[in-house]
Design a protein around this ligand. Structure first.
Ligand code: HEC
Length: 449
């Protein structure tokens, strides 16, 4: 099917304005839907310690704190992990006990930007009110060790994908190559998945090579009709295989397949669900390098792909909903940008990927049906360093004849400038100092799309 027709069906305007789409780029001042009252944390797996011994003896590392840290912190706070210190032993945790309590009380740790009560996501990182209280009590009572002989353990939240069907490997070690005077380098690696038929991507895991310079990884597929454009880009960049691709892959209609940022777990859409990769497509892996910590560093990042067996029950598509017509005036601390689209048909939403740059303050997506708002995702304190591909526990059915609205708020005041810059009028763009108001939706591809 012609690529453009895909857009007709959903009318995800703002990215493409398609005749006949009803779209509204203004307004959208409605309130986020009613949010249920919840306590500070979601319910997590049983972490081992029983309530009775908590009520009786003192809170100790081995009986109470170890399972909490293992379930919620150690995935990052481990040797070689992305956090700057480890939390995987009593010796490591004891000296920082007070800091741990402060971090969980303030909500800064574990990092999990989506607001509770708006969307139920997989792999939620959250500690319960009870766990927070235990860490505080432990810190305030001198961080006692307890008895290692009957230590409780926690569950590390990992995704085991097994043997990949294909490993996307550029085939060479890349040497970071930022433009003159800069520290950021975006490189697109072109890899042939050698498909003799259409395949469907069920899951993937990025394996960053040099984690002191790899900032993010985005994986796209580019259909056969993009081949000559890719060739052109590769010919332009003679410094290494692939091509330089600041901000985006520079193709006319690439399909986003998934991505990785620090802290994300492997993306797994689940059995019998997948995004189509057309036969004859190339994979384009965009890696954003930030060379600050290792100037001249080399990297060999790979992505492991897992396909469904045959055509899956649910074919997924990842499509952008975006307000590209941004006008964020210099000095404006309260800039609000919205975009709405009217859905002619019901849609099953499997995930969301909200995205802004450094001036972003908050971002949310909701749908409105018969005057009722339903919140889909809400990130009240946008943090550029903690982005994610958020998959719902269960897909959300957005009814037909509803309006989906993305709202982005920006602070372009002098106090909120990155790297000590002076405020300037900011518009849509791929540079880190430009802005975006964008949310990818991961949806079940409706018939005919
Ligand atoms: C997804 C990865 C990740 C998880 C999970 C995580 N941390 Fe962190 N943590 C980091 C990173 C990265 C830093 C350093 C940068 C920063 O502060 O954001 C950090 C910093 C900290 C700090 C330093 C001060 C602060 O608040 O930034 C403390 C304390 C901390 N973490 C405690 C915890 C505790 C306790 C848990 C579990 C309840 C936890 N972290 C879970 C990644 C993580």
């Amino acid at each position: 099917m012609a690529a453009k027709n895909r857009w007709m069906v959903l009318c995800l305007a703002g990215v493409l304005s398609v005749a006949g789409c009803s779209s509204d780029n203004g307004g959208g001042s409605g309130k986020i839907g009613e949010q249920p009252e919840t306590d500070t944390g979601s319910v997590e797996e049983d972490t081992g310690g029983s309530d009775e011994d908590a009520a009786q003896g003192p809170v100790t590392y081995y009986q109470h704190i170890k399972p909490i840290l293992e379930s919620n912190c150690v995935s990052c706070h481990t040797e070689g992990g992305i956090a700057p210190f480890v939390l995987d032993s009593y010796e490591a945790a004891k000296p920082v006990a007070g800091g741990l309590a402060t971090a969980v009380e303030s909500g800064s740790m574990p990092p999990w930007p989506p607001q509770e009560g708006c969307g139920e996501f997989q792999h939620t990182r959250a500690v319960t009110a009870d766990e927070i209280a235990k860490i505080r009590e432990w810190a305030d009572t001198g961080a006692p060790e307890g008895d290692p002989a009957n230590a409780a353990s926690g569950q590390v939240d990992t995704v085991e994908l097994g043997e990949p069907d294909f490993v996307a490997d550029p085939g060479f070690d890349y040497v970071g190559n930022p433009p003159e005077g800069g520290i950021d380098d975006y490189h697109c690696f072109v890899i042939d998945p050698q498909l003799d038929q259409d395949r469907f991507l069920r899951a993937f895991e990025s394996i960053p090579g040099n984690d002191s310079i790899v900032h993010h990884v985005l994986l796209y597929s580019a259909g056969p009709d993009e081949a000559s454009r890719i060739q052109e880009l590769e010919d332009e960049d003679t410094s290494s295989p692939g091509y330089t691709c600041f901000g985006g892959p520079r193709l006319s209609e690439p399909t986003l397949l998934g991505g990785w940022v620090p802290g994300t777990v492997p993306l797994d859409f689940g059995a019998d669900k997948g995004i189509r990769i057309e036969q004859g497509s190339k994979l384009v892996m965009q890696v954003h390098y930030n060379m600050l910590n290792d100037p001249g560093g080399t990297d060999r990042t790979t992505v492991e792909l897992h396909y469904t067996d045959g055509t899956p029950d649910v074919e997924l598509a990842m499509l952008p909903l975006a307000q590209t017509n941004l006008n964020i005036a210099a000095g404006n601390a309260e800039a609000v940008e919205t975009v709405s689209i009217d859905l002619p048909i019901p849609i099953d939403l499997y995930g969301v990927v909200p995205h802004m740059h450094l001036l972003g303050k908050s971002i949310d997506v909701k749908y409105t049906k018969d005057g009722q708002d339903t919140c889909l995702v809400d990130i009240p304190e946008w943090d550029f360093d903690w982005q994610g591909f958020y998959l719902y526990k269960d897909p959300v059915r957005i009814p037909g004849s509803s309006r989906v609205t993305l709202t982005c708020k920006f602070d372009n005041s002098p106090e909120n400038q990155p790297d000590g810059r002076t405020p300037r009028d900011v518009t849509w763009g791929e540079g880190t100092y430009d802005e975006m108001c964008l949310n990818y939706v991961i949806i079940k591809r409706p018939p005919g799309l």
